[in-house]
Design a binder for this molecule. Structure first.
Ligand SMILES: O=P(O)(O)OC[C@H]1O[C@](O)(CO)[C@@H](O)[C@@H]1O
Length: 431
């Protein structure tokens, strides 16, 4: 993976950085790198995520999938980091034959639609929850289990569980002797893509999970005490510095259809890790070239409050655009769709620079298992580095708990002050 920060350093960039500010920043990167290295060595909570390429056991994952390895469909039941990593990996490198469906919301219309579409007798169900108590995940699991029973499918034959040491899911797995994998110790869900949490669907699909981990390992080996020697740290440091200069929004805009879900995964990683004590940069999910035709107007001509991260593989599949007799379109004839996409990328990058919108280019050699593993790892390292620079607790997410307590109270799981607060809402309806 490489990163080009040139369009952050040009005079036009507003906000922007200069060579002196990068040198000053590099001193802080050196300190942060040491803190991260120490945290990894001691396998401290959160920092342990950067050890996953070594600590994840692909054989244990394959072993757990043995009974369902020939499934035509995989159904992931999880939410947040317990679903986004798996979805990102199969969207980027999965095969088209095996469908991967993700139930990461509790919209009955969606769950009904998925259950109507898949053959549960040919589906591997992977239920993932680090805590084992997430209401959305458990509600969906209970619905899926009932649907399997109604279809005459023994759910215990087709269900794998990945969860913590305790909680309802672990108890269920023990009671029914389900194949059960452990969530990695000391790793928040949003940093667990390169582990049991994210790799089961890819393993069932026959993806090269060892290559994913090798890509992560390459990222681990790239970590260095200077941002000038480490793409991941350069990205984290530059994003933080731009935020401090007013770029409170980070538009993650991959130019590869297979990376659309990656932008969602990045959004959780960046928001849930850095959004604390009034700090944090707002991630926006976008897709190139598609969103040039929906959001680019704002990025180029709107407030100077954002940076744009452009991601692409240096090597793409090819698909020739046929010659055409249509006047004015001959320039498209005999070109290649990948060439068109890269021209759009280059044009958008230059357009943003021309308008003074700071933008960073991230490139991976190709969108394969190794390239994706490296990208996921480096974004995690960048986020952890940024967390050190912000001085926040990168690995917890206390702000999400209020809403959980309110929802539980509203659903009758016990009286909560939060649920009472919901009832006190000030209403002003406009019909
Ligand atoms: O894996 P669990 O415990 O079900 O949590 C799912 C998601 O919910 C959160 O805890 C936030 O509520 C995320 O950090 C996590 O990825």
């Amino acid at each position: 993976m490489n990163i080009d920060i040139g369009n952050v350093l040009i005079d036009e960039a507003e906000p922007g950085l200069d060579a002196d500010s990068l040198e000053t920043l590099d001193e802080r990167v050196r300190e942060a790198h040491q803190r991260i290295a120490d945290g990894r060595a001691r396998e401290e909570f959160g920092y342990a995520a950067l050890n996953l390429p070594e600590t994840t056991d692909p054989d244990a994952i394959r072993q757990a999938c043995t009974e369902v390895e020939d499934s035509e469909t995989i159904l992931t039941v999880g939410i947040g980091g317990s679903a986004l990593g798996a979805a990102t990996i199969t969207a980027a490198i999965g095969d088209d034959e095996t469908g991967h469906y993700v139930l990461d919301n509790v919209d009955p219309a969606r769950t009904n639609s998925v259950l109507a579409e898949i053959d549960l007798a040919e589906t591997a169900v992977h239920v993932v929850s680090r805590s084992g108590t997430t209401a959305e995940t458990l509600a969906n699991f209970l619905v899926v289990r009932e649907a399997m029973t109604d279809d005459g499918v023994d759910w215990t034959d087709r269900t794998i569980v990945t969860t913590g040491d305790d909680g309802p899911l672990r108890s269920l797995a023990k009671k029914h002797e389900l194949p059960a994998l452990d969530v990695p110790d000391g790793v928040p869900g949003r940093c667990a893509a390169l582990s049991t949490v994210g790799l089961v669907p890819a393993a069932i699909m026959g993806c090269d999970i060892e290559a994913l981990l090798a890509g992560g390992e390459a990222g681990a080996e790239s970590l260095a005490p200077s941002l000038f020697d480490c793409p991941a740290y350069a990205y984290g440091a530059v994003a933080h510095a731009l935020d401090q200069q007013g770029a409170g929004v980070n538009v993650m805009m991959p130019y590869a259809e297979g990376l659309e879900s990656f932008a969602e995964w990045f959004a959780q990683l960046w928001a849930e890790s850095l959004g604390k004590e009034g700090e944090g940069q707002t991630p926006v999910r976008a897709l190139g070239a598609t969103d040039q035709h929906s959001q680019l107007q704002l990025y180029r001509a709107g407030p100077r409050d954002k940076m744009v991260t452009l991601v692409r593989p240096e090597n793409r599949e090819s698909l020739t655009v046929p010659e055409t007799e249509i006047p004015d379109l001959d320039y498209l004839g005999n070109t290649d769709l990948g060439r068109v996409l890269d021209a759009e990328f280059d044009a958008t990058e230059a357009s943003l620079a021309d308008a003074g919108c700071p933008n960073v280019r991230i490139e991976i050699e190709r969108l394969d298992a190794h390239g994706l593993g490296r990208l996921l790892y480096d974004m995690q390292a960048a986020c952890i580095l940024a967390g050190e620079l912000y001085g926040v607790d990168t690995f917890t997410q206390p702000a999400v708990e209020w809403g959980k307590r309110a929802a539980r109270g509203l659903l009758g799981a016990g009286e909560t002050a939060e649920a009472r607060a919901v009832a006190d809402k000030y209403c002003r309806r406009i019909e």
